[in-house]
Design a protein. Structure first.
Lengths: 57, 248
């Protein structure tokens, strides 16, 4: 299978479109995972605090 | 006789524990599927011959069209989740709506940006105020309005309700986006994928990379949507715990 990466005179349009797509997906993945990690840790930290003896005294 | 609790096919949404157990394995499975489909789709994207009219710009179709389809599909998800949150007050429906809005906005920005980059060499213009492009811009404004409303009000319940109503109003725009190329004369071409008339349909050599990339986008959205809903479930749990500790 031959892969053609030479977009010729259209390279100035084709490659920025692929680069933008990569950036958009990178943002979606990073933002989603960072949010999930942040709130899971916060919930676990608060749950551990609540479980400590005398925490609700 | 006791009151009977109504059951719906979407009841699993109302149970955070069941959702967390399901999404724990479903999110990585969908993410892995997205990677496999995306790699295969990208290989075919650069393996297909250039188009006799559009040259190498035809490769942009495989990233632009799936982004455009997802911009509408995600809004449909936002509308359905908002409806369920407003009418049935399902605990996770509001989280589902909130979680998909930033992803939908990102897909819409991507559709507009890659469309502009494709339009310049093919139509000779970056932008035209025609029905398809304008209605997609309106779609983006609905997403941004939804996100702005959610963060503008301090009372989360009121913010969720107002944003859900806006999301439902925005559903009117979806058929306008879809049928704009048939209802008005636009620069944008009509549908040429699976459901198009045979004479307008893409040749099979272009249908495969389009189909693989579309499925990759769909799987990626599914994975990220689940991850974002999980984040909101944890956030609610953290806030409830913090409130309990503050009261204690």
């Amino acid at each position: 299978m031959h892969l053609d990466f030479d977009a010729g005179k259209y390279a100035v349009y084709v490659w920025p479109a692929f680069a933008l797509t990569a950036v958009a997906f990178a943002w979606m993945i990073a933002d989603s995972l960072a949010g999930a990690r942040r709130w899971r840790r916060e919930a676990e930290r608060l749950a551990a605090q609540a479980d400590k003896p005398g925490a609700e005294a | 006789m006791g009151a009977r609790t109504p059951h719906h096919w979407f009841d699993f949404l109302a149970n955070p524990e069941r959702f967390m157990a399901f999404s724990r394995w479903a999110a990585p499975v969908l993410g892995g599927l997205a990677v496999v489909l995306g790699v295969a789709g990208l290989v075919l994207t650069f393996a297909v011959p250039e188009d006799y009219q559009q040259g190498d710009t035809v490769r942009m179709m495989f990233i632009h069209v799936p982004a455009a389809v997802m911009s509408m599909f995600v809004y449909l998800c936002l509308g359905i989740a908002s409806f369920l949150a407003l009418v049935f007050r399902h605990a996770l429906a509001d989280a589902a709506a909130q979680a998909c809005a930033p992803l939908g906005a990102a897909f819409t920005v991507l559709a507009l940006a890659t469309g502009s980059l494709w339009g310049r060499p093919m139509w000779g213009t970056w932008w035209q105020w025609d029905a398809r492009m304008t209605s997609v811009l309106v779609l983006l404004l609905f997403y941004l309005g939804y996100l702005a409303l959610r963060s503008a009000l301090d009372d989360e319940t009121k913010a969720a309700r107002a944003a859900a109503i806006l999301a439902l109003v925005g559903l009117i725009n979806l058929p306008i986006v879809k049928f704009s190329v048939e209802w008005w004369n636009t620069l944008h071409q009509g549908s040429s994928t699976l459901f198009a008339a045979p004479e307008n349909r893409l040749p099979a050599v272009y249908l495969w990379p389009w189909a693989l990339m579309s499925l990759a986008y769909l799987a990626a959205f599914g994975a990220l949507w689940l991850v974002r809903i999980r984040a909101l479930v944890w956030r609610r749990k953290a806030r409830a715990l913090a409130l309990r500790q503050a009261e204690g």
